[in-house]
Design a protein around this ligand. Structure first.
Ligand SMILES: Nc1nc2c(ncn2[C@@H]2O[C@H](COP(=O)(O)OP(=O)(O)OP(=O)(O)O)[C@@H](O)[C@H]2O)c(=O)[nH]1
Ligand SMILES: [Mg+2]
Length: 223
């Protein structure tokens, strides 16, 4: 008997990502893969973004964590479709995989959605390697993590189209150089768009909301 071994897990993930992309293209739904280290503020930012965007757009969320449904519970007040993936049930992976995203989106009412926000597992390494079939890879970095992160974790920053620099309300209390961060970032990815925000105070969020709205509209209007 021949025993078959799945040798290329990234290739399998890529295939499922292409299927997700094709489904979302057919339904003209925009999808964001939001990634960051644990605690950079993804759920806090999501809460703000949903609040601002839900007046105009129909939104669903996929939450990725190793364990607990805490983040899904934090967003439950919005009364939108939310899936929580606990990777602990699939071996405790430190990232989401596209086949899981496919299974989630197949259960959403895709004819009544404009935007899907995926909050990936908090990790600055693994999620970068796994494409999900999204339209926008968004890395969130908070100012308490240091200026060197793009240099130390280049894959995350050079495969993302957008970086959100969060917690800027803390800048007056820190010895932190935004210029130094930008230098490190541009060396790794000169084309990345950057938004400086505070998910706590709301500062800078209007520009980010306008950017996302523009992209949702663009996808809707493309035949
Ligand atoms: N001062 C400040 N605190 C923030 C901001 N955004 C988030 N926080 C705080 O940072 C902590 C972590 O925020 P979360 O939103 O849970 O971070 P997360 O990235 O979703 O965390 P994981 O899902 O565990 O990876 C919480 O105590 C938030 O209140 C911000 O803009 N400014
Ligand atoms: Mg979270």
């Amino acid at each position: 008997m021949e025993i078959k071994v799945l040798t290329d897990i990234l290739a399998a993930n890529k295939n499922a990502a292409a299927e997700v992309k094709s489904i979302l293209k057919g339904k003209k739904i925009y999808m964001i893969d939001m990634m960051s280290s644990p605690g950079s503020g993804k759920t806090t930012l999501n809460d703000r973004l949903i609040e601002a965007l839900k007046k105009k757009y129909r939104i669903a969320v996929i939450e990725g964590d190793i364990k607990t449904t805490k983040d899904a519970e934090r967003l439950a007040r919005h009364n939108i479709p939310i899936f929580q993936i606990e990777t602990d049930r699939f071996g405790g992976d430190c990232h989401l995989e596209s086949s899981w995203i496919k299974r989630c989106i197949e259960q959403f009412d895709l004819d009544n959605l404009d935007l899907i926000i995926v909050e990936n597992v908090g990790n600055l390494v693994c999620p970068a390697e796994f494409q999900l079939g999204d339209d926008e890879r968004m890395v969130v970095l908070s100012v308490t993590e240091g200026e060197d992160k793009p240099a130390k974790y280049p894959l995350m920053f050079n495969t993302s189209g957008t970086m959100v620099l969060n917690k800027i309300d803390l800048l007056p209390h820190l010895d932190y150089s935004v210029d130094e961060l930008m230098d490190n970032l541009k060396k790794v990815n000169p084309h990345i768009r950057v938004f400086q925000v505070s998910a706590k105070t709301g500062e800078g969020l209007d520009t980010l909301v306008a950017h996302i709205s523009g992209n949702i509209d663009k996808k809707k209007n493309n035949a």
